[in-house]
Design a protein around this ligand. Structure first.
Ligand code: PLP
Length: 376
């Protein structure tokens, strides 16, 4: 066979790897990381994706998983056992809250939600069995920005691990490990893969012992990512930096446009001067503010419907972070399960629309938004 040196990584679509003899099998155990055995344990495509994300986040290593949810599960199970206690930011992805409240509670891991006003002063909520604090760099859908350095100082004071879901920011905007976080997770489904064609997750660790635990949980519970999905995500990741720059500049343009539009009552985007954490976002994000924004038109579902129907190019899709722009409706999707009082308290009312700004020409997007807003 000729010597093959492909520029792109081939897809190792195999569940298992072969050994010449027992001597080679012994080498697998004696020289870890030099050979592959079984794709649930490790696969070259999964390793490539994990290594590339790890380089961007600046950890000691990373493990990829079958979804963002399994990444969160892996991180929590790596640290916590039955009888332990988790602190979780009140403004958190709905799936993370469901995992903690509905499932992990059944196996003896308890959770306390930290209200946003107590984010940096949660001493009273800490118990002797508190093991970790879970929060997001930017919250969904109102883009509240967390001060990771400050949060790390507070958690480490109590010997609690800080786990940050960095899905919305990406390492192009913020690198939580460099600010003191212990573990970072992502829904790779979103910006890291970026093309709305993969479901995947990743866990990146700052300490070797955490990485060992994360790997053990991933392979024992069978939370691994398939070779093909790993390959697709690694392919998408190659353009992350370019995509994020365009997501961010488009989002800034659109946020400013919406802010000045008579039919828009409020805009939430960290890049706007009047955003409550604008200065923090500026420092923590090195001048980039991400591709997600939310805005409120009048609190009337019918007006929202007319706006959506008026858009020609921007579809409604209850996910985010793809190369093409989409809108979502938090009240009808992510925040559907909350009571009207809870919705009112956090500010998610009938007129709030979330925009995942893509990488199209900004003119195209503005034209479509003008069209939609004219229908209200
Ligand atoms: C989508 C999302 C998740 C869950 O990821 P999946 O890939 O859908 O399992 C977790 N956290 C955040 C912030 C998300 O947006």
């Amino acid at each position: 066979m000729p010597h093959i040196k492909p520029k792109a990584t081939p897809i190792f679509q195999t569940s298992v790897f072969t050994f010449d003899d027992l001597n080679e099998l012994e080498l697998y155990f004696e020289q870890p990381g030099q050979r592959y055995m079984y794709s649930r344990y490790a696969n070259p495509n999964s390793d490539e994706l994990a290594n590339e994300v790890n380089k961007l986040e600046g950890g000691v290593g990373a493990i990829v998983t079958s979804s963002g949810m399994s990444a969160i599960l892996t991180a929590i199970l790596a640290i916590c056992k039955a009888g332990d206690h988790v602190l979780c930011a009140e403004e958190i992805y709905g799936g993370s809250a469901a995992l903690l409240t509905q499932e992990l509670s059944r196996i003896g891991i308890e959770v306390t939600y930290v209200p946003s006003e107590a984010t940096y002063s949660f001493d009273e909520l800490v118990k002797p069995n508190t093991r970790l604090f879970l929060a997001e760099t930017m919250s969904n859908p109102l883009l509240m920005v967390f001060d990771i350095k400050r949060l790390a100082t507070e958690t480490h004071k109590h010997n609690i691990k800080l786990v940050i879901d960095n899905t919305f920011a990406t390492p192009i905007v913020t690198k939580p490990l460099g600010l003191g976080a212990d573990i970072v997770i992502h829904s790779v489904t979103k910006y890291l893969s970026g093309h709305s064609d993969v479901t995947a997750g990743v866990v990146i660790c700052m300490a070797e012992e955490d990485l060992q635990r994360v790997q053990k949980v991933m392979l024992t519970y069978g939370l691994n990512l398939s070779p093909f999905e790993s390959w697709l995500a690694a392919r998408g990741l190659k353009t992350l930096r370019l995509r994020m720059k365009q997501h961010c500049t488009n989002a800034q343009t659109i946020a400013e446009f919406l802010q000045g539009h008579p039919k828009v009552e409020q805009v939430w985007y960290p890049g706007l001067h009047k955003h409550p954490q604008h200065q923090l976002a500026k420092e923590q994000g090195s001048g980039l503010y991400g591709g997600m924004l939310s805005f409120r038109i009048k609190d009337d579902k019918e007006a929202v419907n007319r706006f959506m129907q008026g858009l020609k190019h921007i579809p409604f899709a209850p996910s985010l972070a793809g190369v093409s722009t989409s809108i979502s409706y938090p009240l009808g999707t992510s925040h559907r399960a909350l009571t009207p009082e809870q919705q009112q308290k956090i500010g998610i009312t009938a007129g709030v629309i979330r925009l995942s700004v893509g990488i199209e020409e900004d003119e195209e997007l503005l034209t479509d938004l003008v069209r939609g807003l004219a229908k209200i």
